[in-house]
Design a protein around this ligand. Structure first.
Ligand code: A3P
Length: 320
């Protein structure tokens, strides 16, 4: 059965201690402003809304985790930096020696600490898993560009479940418990439906500045997405670049096959949470396919999640 919700009381001096917490996933989660955040990240993420200073030319890659963040970071980084690095040149192409996650900092954490972000030259390429409601409202008033990426929820859930068990130091979470929690909205950065819907609405209100993307779209036509992204990011491919296949080369360079076979992504990794978590980069590359949920979930589970998704997105225009 899923772990019960607990909330501690008599902690007047520390409001965080009064927030609901749940265990089950690889680290405990805390419910903050209707979003389940990993407890060891909470204080960092709480600061973002107040203290992150958006600039009008910021580009923010906002993703629901396990929707292809690593892929999007690789693609966007390559597109916007193509005049800076010789991507064909193994010695100078950062993608060949660094995991894409490290090339685009997460706002407020993991190399994207707020003080450090202030020092970065414009235009900044940044990333976040935070829901739109936990970003400063200046993101909207400053017209920051956002590329949002989400994924068909059943596949997203299966990817999450595998990943959490790969990084878990303690007990692993069984599929049924994970599924129940996911459907209750309790998963990292969940409820997933609020996350999707917040960015969906923002993309309807600001279509010029907010691109809403699904993992499945990139899988089905990566070249089309790459060309569209280049235009959206303000650096469209020239006719000459398209003729010489620069865009196709970027798709190839950032493909699952190319990235997952690099030494850094096969053997590298990073510590998180003061050493409590170690993420092997190989855990970020599992299958890279759509529809894998059928290999793990029963038909009933699939239908249950489909019904939930239909219900949550009813009237929004968002469909999977
Ligand atoms: P699967 O677990 O379904 O294989 P994130 O980067 O947001 O954590 O998402 C991880 C998911 O994206 C994993 O999905 C992973 O395999 C997939 N992925 C990572 N790099 C990819 C790439 N270059 N092309 C396609 N999928 C990729």
């Amino acid at each position: 059965p899923p772990a019960a919700v607990s909330s501690e009381t008599n902690h007047d001096e520390n409001p965080i201690a009064t927030l609901p917490t749940r265990e089950g996933w690889s680290t405990p989660l805390i419910l903050y402003n209707n979003c389940w955040l990993r407890s060891h990240m909470l204080t960092k993420f709480m600061l973002v809304k107040e203290n992150f200073k958006p600039r009008h030319d910021d580009i923010i890659l906002a993703t629901h985790p396990k929707s292809g963040t690593t892929w999007l970071k690789a693609l966007a980084f390559t597109i916007v930096n193509r005049s800076r690095y010789a991507f064909a040149d193994a010695e100078h192409n950062p993608l060949l020696t660094r995991n894409p996650q490290t090339l685009v900092p997460f706002i407020g954490a993991q190399g994207g600490e707020l003080d450090h972000l202030e020092t970065l030259p414009s235009p900044r390429l940044l990333a976040t898993h935070l829901p739109f409601s936990l970003l400063p409202s200046a993101v909207t008033t400053m017209d920051c560009r956002i590329v949002y990426l989400c994924r068909e929820p059943k596949d997203g859930f299966i990817s999450r479940w595998h990943f959490d068990n790969k990084i878990a130091q303690g007990a692993k979470i069984d599929l049924n418990t994970a599924f129940t929690m996911f459907c209750e909205g309790c998963s990292p950065f969940g409820p997933f439906w609020d996350h999707y819907l917040q960015y969906w609405k923002e993309s309807l209100q600001r279509p010029q500045e907010v691109r809403f993307l699904r993992y499945e779209e990139i899988v089905s036509d990566p070249l089309k997405v790459v060309r569209d992204l280049a235009g959206f990011l303000g650096v469209p491919f020239t006719e000459e670049e398209e003729r010489s296949g620069v865009d196709q080369e970027m798709v190839r360079l950032c493909s699952f096959k190319a990235l997952s076979s690099l030494d850094i992504n096969r053997n590298g990794g990073v510590e998180r949470a003061e050493g409590k978590i170690f993420i092997r980069y190989s855990a970020l590359f599992r299958q890279g396919k759509t529809g894998d949920w059928v290999n793990h979930m029963s038909k009933d589970m699939g239908e249950k999640l489909d019904r939930l998704v239909e219900d949550k997105f009813k009237g929004s225009g968002l469909k999977f």
